[in-house]
Design a protein around this ligand. Structure first.
Ligand SMILES: Cc1cc2nc3c(=O)[nH]c(=O)nc-3n(C[C@H](O)[C@H](O)[C@H](O)COP(=O)(O)O)c2cc1C
Length: 346
């Protein structure tokens, strides 16, 4: 089982799908005493293999490979498809983009994605949106890989523990990116990371990693005081020199503070927190397809946003406290977090 207390600093750099994670970012975090992660959501086995090999060449420290647990999904009725298509047409953006209804398969085969994980054995394997099959958990354990899963409520945390996970990532409502809730159509308790951690500590006996708006060492100390063994920070790493966030994403994080962040299902079909922009506003009350079909449907528009450096049409995932994001090298951010944590812990 992965020993969090042996880390130089109890920090997991959050897995962040969408081109943000890369071997340089992950290895700098790992070399700085934390756990460097990859969000491999839609990645091909080849890409996963390349990233794991490249990172292992840069660090001997721990690495976390993270995957989405996709649920079976089908296209809705023709009338809904047409409304979802119409919703995405004629956005006021310069340049050409194409929208057409995606065809199955709508998401990658997790068994195929995991082959390079079994080969290269990162220290940690985590899952978002649900619980993987028992055989996946058993295989990881047989290879000495620790398994964690996101939970957004006590009910989900209890299910994660029962499934045999080694730790729980307690994701608060403040967290940036996709909400890990198992079923996004069920009522969401919207607990903060600290509230959830405190609830889970009382009822579960496996370690808890708190996630959501943890931006500095004092926040990490706060998470530890509430019972967490470590903190998972996403937004705090987005503006690091090594982060693959787009230039517009970094610019909005560092300067567009009055916009604030909000949840939208417009980009992917599942709720995710990002900086308010024109796309989110125009998608309010519009019809969208189920996750992850909507993600494929919006891909061409989002790619045009990136190509033309237009932040209004990119998914600018960010946690609630994104105004505190720092533009440092990953190495210096790790040093700063460590120093702040020591001060906060007295
Ligand atoms: C840009 C971005 C992408 C994310 N992608 C993933 C992902 O692929 N897998 C995952 O488990 N969590 C993902 N998350 C959520 C993080 O694991 C974590 O819950 C969140 O970053 C914590 O909140 P913070 O951003 O305020 O630190 C993402 C978060 C961000 C900001």
């Amino acid at each position: 089982m992965f020993n969090f207390s042996k880390l130089g600093i109890p920090v997991i750099q959050a897995p962040m799908a969408g081109g943000i994670n890369n071997p340089r970012l992950a290895s700098e975090v790992s070399n700085g005493g934390g756990v460097g992660s990859f969000g491999f959501s839609y990645s091909t086995p080849q890409k996963i293999s390349t990233d794991l090999v490249a990172t292992k060449a840069l660090t001997n420290g721990p690495i976390n490979a993270n995957f989405f647990v996709f649920s079976p999904v089908a296209l809705p009725a023709q009338a809904v498809q047409e409304k979802a298509l119409k919703a995405l047409k004629n956005f006021p953006i310069e340049g050409e983009y194409a929208v057409s209804i995606p065809q199955a398969p709508f998401y990658p085969d997790i068994e195929e994605q995991l082959k390079p994980v079994w080969e290269h054995c990162p220290e940690v394997l985590t899952f978002h949106f649900g619980i993987p099959s028992p055989s996946i958990i058993a295989r990881a354990h047989s290879l000495g890989i620790s398994v964690g899963m996101t939970a957004t409520s006590l009910k989900e945390a209890t299910a994660v523990e029962k499934a045999g996970a080694d730790f729980i990532v307690a994701q608060g409502i403040e967290a940036g990116g996709h909400r890990g809730i198992f079923n996004p159509d069920e009522a969401d308790e919207k607990l903060t990371a600290i509230e959830l951690t405190k609830q889970v500590v009382r009822r579960c006996s496996i370690p808890i990693v708190a996630a959501g708006a943890i931006m500095d060492g004092a926040d990490i100390a706060n998470a530890l005081r509430s019972g967490a063994i470590a903190a998972q920070l996403g937004t705090a790493f987005l503006c690091c020199d090594e982060s693959g966030a787009t230039p517009a994403h970094k610019e909005y994080l560092l300067t567009h503070h009055s916009r604030g962040s909000t949840f939208t299902r417009g980009f992917s079909g599942r709720p995710a927190r990002g900086i308010n922009n024109e796309f989110i506003r125009l998608m309010e009350s519009k019809i969208f397809l189920p996750f992850p079909i909507q993600n494929t449907l919006t891909a061409s528009l989002r790619q045009l946003g990136v190509k033309t450096n237009n932040g209004e049409y990119q998914s600018l995932w960010a946690g609630q406290d994104y105004a505190r994001t720092r533009n440092l090298s990953t190495k210096n951010l790790m040093l700063a977090l460590k120093e702040e944590l020591l001060i906060a812990l007295g």
